[in-house]
Design a protein around this ligand. Structure first.
Ligand code: HEC
Length: 165
């Protein structure tokens, strides 16, 4: 029940998005496009390779890159917050590829990112380790559905920036 208000906000945002992009939710996106008071700055590829991928690595490698000082914990909290909030960016009108499966896949990342942020706030290393599987699944689930050529010729990990496979 805790998540009900959040759900309501996303449903409202989705409804606004559909009306704004005149019938074609998602696809008709271009950089600089004004959407619901905001504007897309980076491509999907930019968001993945430069924001989500490094932020998620902080969680995947928590056991070998464990923060030691308060400043390092602050930095990790920032990365996990970026990860969780990036899910909201993926759901923006113009970025969301559709209003059902894309949103459901993105919510996996929103939920895992939220748990990671909460664990980072508690300085809870086992809690962060526990989020790993759900976070990994969130990347892979959406990539199987929407990332072109995903899985072909790569190890099928959560994500590797193109050119580094
Ligand atoms: C809701 C869908 C979705 C989720 C969730 C998602 N991705 Fe992606 N990702 C994509 C799409 C679509 C592409 C292809 C982008 C393109 O090439 O235009 C992509 C591409 C990538 C790339 C390659 C970017 C490049 O062009 O170099 C990386 C790296 C990546 N994702 C990492 C991740 C990681 C790590 C996670 C989980 C923490 C994740 N993604 C979660 C949809 C998603």
């Amino acid at each position: 029940m805790r998540i009900a208000p959040v759900t309501a906000v996303f449903l409202a945002a989705s409804a606004v998005g559909v009306s704004l992009v005149s019938g074609v939710p998602g696809r008709a996106s271009s950089l600089g496009q004004e959407i619901a008071g905001g504007r897309q700055i980076g491509t999907m590829s930019d968001l993945m390779a430069k924001v989500i991928y490094p932020a998620s690595d902080a969680v995947f490698y928590i056991e070998t890159r464990t923060p030691k000082t308060d400043a390092e914990w602050d930095a990790l909290q920032g990365k996990t917050l970026i990860l969780a909030e990036s899910a909201n960016l993926l759901m923006m009108p113009g970025r969301a590829r559709d209003q059902d499966r894309w949103i459901a896949d993105t919510r996996l990342m929103l939920d895992a990112g939220t748990e990671a942020f909460k664990a980072a706030k508690r300085h809870d290393v086992p809690g962060l380790v526990a989020v790993n599987d759900a976070l990994y699944t969130s990347c892979v689930t959406c990539h199987r559905h929407y990332r072109p050529n995903y899985g072909r010729g790569s190890a099928g990990g959560p994500g590797t920036p193109s050119g580094r496979e």
